[in-house]
Design a protein around this ligand. Structure first.
Ligand code: ATP
Ligand code: MN
Length: 461
C-alpha cells in the first residue's frame, strides 16, 4: 500500500523513496516542470509532487493531468523550497490511475455549500467537507474513548421500534403493507396486526428507554446510533436522520449527571482540538473566526449551574427584551438560552429543575411536586446542546404521571417492570452528534456536517 500523506507530512526529516495515491487538486504545467497537488484525504493538506521531463511518459501522461485525476506518484521525499509546505516529492514515476471528463464540477474556486449538496458524491473532495468529515471522525472516536475509559458499555439500541419515546418527535412508519390497498379492520382502519412486525412500527426517535434497560443491568451504558424525526422542519439545525449519543447511568442522581455532561463536552472538544489541529485551523480561518477560542474557553471554564427558577429570575431582570416573553412555567427559547450563557454568565450553563408540565413523563418529580430533575446544558452561540434528566424510578409516582398525561401504561409494561424489579435511581442525557460537530466547526447548516443529509423532500445519494 502507498504511504499515507498525513504520515509523510509528520515525518521529522525528508529523504527516502515514497509512494502516494490520491486525487489532484491542481496540476500546474509550466515550461519545464509540472506541479501536482495530491490529496488523499488523510490530512487537510496535500503534498506537492514535482515532475520534470525525465519522468517516463512525461509528455503523454503527466502533461495531460488535470484537476480531479486519480494518480499514483513515486519519488523521493525532499525538503520543499516553496513556502507553506515542508516537504514535496521529487517524482520518479507518475501514473494516471483515473482521468476526468471535462465536466468535472469541482474546479479550483470556491463553491457554495448549497451547490455542493447537489454533488454530495464529490463534495468530500473539497477542503471544507474533507475537514468536516475528519473532525466528525475525531469527535466520534473521542465519544467512544470517553465512555470506554469510564467503564461504560456501548449498547446498540434498536432502530425499528414499537415505542414512541413520548412523542420526542414525529415518527417514520416502517411497514411492508401495500401502500395502495392495505388490509383493513372492520371499521376501516389499517390493520397493522397483519403488518411485518404484527403491530405498527416506526424508526426510533431516541434510544433512551432501551438505554434505561441497559443501565439497570450493566450500570453504565451509552448508545451512539442513528435516530429519525419526521418533523417537517426546514431549519439549519434539524435533520430527518441524525446520530444521537445517549449515556444512561444507574445509581446516579442529577449532580452526577451534571458532572458527567460537563466532563464529556470538555473531553470531546479537547481531543478534537488535539487530533485535528489543521482542520480546526481551517474552520478558524475560513468558516468561523473565534471558534478556537470559544472551544478552548469551554474546555477550561467550570460550567455554571442554576435552577430554572433562578434562570427565569435572571431573564425577567434582563435589560434586553425578548421576542418570547418569559415567566415561570414557559419553556426557554433559544434567545433565552443564549442570553443566559452568553450575557448572564459568559460560560456554559447547566439549568436544572424545570417545571414538570413542560417536561417528559419519565423525569423524576421533585418534592415540591411542581418541578422535575431535568437538566439542559447551554453553550454560547447554540443554546441547548445537551438535554437530560434523572428518571422517575418510583413505580407509583411514574404510574400516576402516566395516568395524568393519559399515556397508555400497557404500551410501557416493560418500562414499568423495571420499576418493580430492582429499581434504582438512574438517569442520563442525550445529544445530537451533528449539533456537536456543528458547534465545533462553526458550520452554519447542519446539512453540511453529515455526509449524506436527509431532510424533507431530499434523500439523494
Ligand atoms: P430541538 O428543540 O432542537 O428540536 P428537541 O428538543 O427535539 O431539539 P430532543 O428530543 O431532546 O431534542 O433530542 C435530543 C438531542 O438530539 C437534541 O438536544 C439535539 O441535539 C438533537 N436533535 C433533536 N432533533 C434533531 C434533529 N432533527 N436533527 C439533528 N439533531 C437533533
Ligand atoms: Mn425537536
Amino acid at each position: 500500500m502507498a504511504d499515507v500523506i498525513r504520515e509523510l507530512l509528520a515525518r521529522d526529516e525528508a529523504g527516502g523513496q515514497v509512494e502516494v495515491e490520491g486525487w489532484l487538486r491542481t496540476a500546474r504545467h509550466s515550461k519545464q516542470v509540472t506541479f501536482l497537488e495530491v490529496h488523499d484525504g488523510s490530512a487537510f493538506a496535500g503534498i506537492q509532487a514535482v515532475a520534470n521531463p525525465e519522468v517516463p511518459g512525461f509528455e503523454e501522461v503527466v502533461r495531460g493531468l488535470s484537476t480531479g485525476c486519480a494518480v499514483r506518484v513515486q519519488g523521493e521525499l525532499v525538503d520543499s523550497p516553496g513556502k507553506g509546505q515542508r516537504f514535496e516529492i521529487h517524482a520518479g514515476q507518475v501514473e494516471r490511475v483515473g482521468g476526468v471528463d471535462d465536466d468535472y464540477p469541482l474546479q479550483k474556486k470556491r463553491h457554495g455549500f448549497e451547490f455542493l449538496r447537489t454533488i454530495a458524491h464529490l463534495r468530500p473532495r473539497t477542503n471544507t467537507l474533507g475537514a468536516v468529515l475528519r473532525v466528525r471522525n475525531a469527535a466520534a472516536a473521542a465519544v467512544h474513548e470517553f465512555f470506554q475509559e469510564r467503564g461504560f458499555v456501548y449498547l446498540q439500541a434498536p432502530i425499528v421500534t414499537l415505542a414512541d419515546a413520548e412523542g420526542a418527535g414525529e415518527m417514520f412508519r416502517v411497514t411492508t403493507l401495500p401502500a395502495g390497498d392495505p388490509p383493513r379492520e372492520e371499521g376501516g382502519a389499517v390493520d397493522f396486526g397483519r403488518d411485518f412486525f404484527g403491530s405498527e412500527a416506526h424508526l426510533t426517535v431516541s434510544g433512551q428507554l432501551e438505554a434505561e434497560i441497559g443501565a439497570l443491568a450493566l450500570s453504565r451504558v451509552y448508545t451512539f446510533g442513528p435516530t429519525f424525526r419526521a418533523e417537517n422542519s426546514n431549519t439549519s439545525r434539524h435533520l430527518a436522520e441524525f446520530w444521537m449519543i445517549e449515556p444512561e447511568v444507574a445509581f446516579c442522581e442529577l449532580p452526577g449527571l451534571m458532572d458527567l455532561a460537563e466532563e464529556f463536552l470538555k473531553a470531546v472538544f479537547a481531543r478534537v482540538l488535539e487530533r485535528a489541529p489543521d482542520d480546526m485551523e481551517f474552520f478558524e480561518a475560513r468558516i468561523a473566526p473565534g471558534i478556537l477560542e470559544t472551544l478552548e474557553h469551554v474546555v477550561k471554564s467550570p460550567f455554571e449551574r442554576m435552577t430554572y427558577d433562578d434562570a427565569v429570575r435572571i431573564l425577567e431582570q434582563a435589560k434586553q427584551s425578548f421576542e418570547f416573553p418569559v415567566r415561570w412555567g414557559v419553556d426557554l427559547q433559544s434567545e433565552h438560552e443564549r442570553y443566559l450563557t452568553e450575557q448572564a454568565v459568559g460560560r456554559p450553563v447547566i439549568v436544572t429543575d424545570y417545571p414538570k408540565d413542560i417536561k417528559a413523563f419519565y423525569m423524576y418529580v421533585n418534592d415540591d411536586g411542581r418541578t422535575v430533575r431535568a437538566m439542559d446544558v447551554l453553550v454560547p452561540k447554540v443554546g441547548e446542546i445537551i438535554g437530560g434528566s434523572q428518571r422517575e424510578h418510583r413505580h407509583d409516582v411514574l404510574l400516576q404521571r402516566m395516568r395524568d398525561l393519559e399515556i397508555p401504561s400497557e404500551d410501557y409494561w416493560w418500562y414499568l417492570d423495571l420499576r418493580r424489579f430492582g429499581t434504582a435511581p438512574h438517569g442520563g442525557f442525550g445529544l445530537g452528534f451533528e449539533r456537536i460537530v456543528q458547534f465545533m466547526t462553526g458550520m452554519a447548516n447542519i446539512r453540511d456536517v453529515i455526509p449524506f443529509p436527509r431532510v424533507p423532500g431530499y434523500a439523494e445519494f
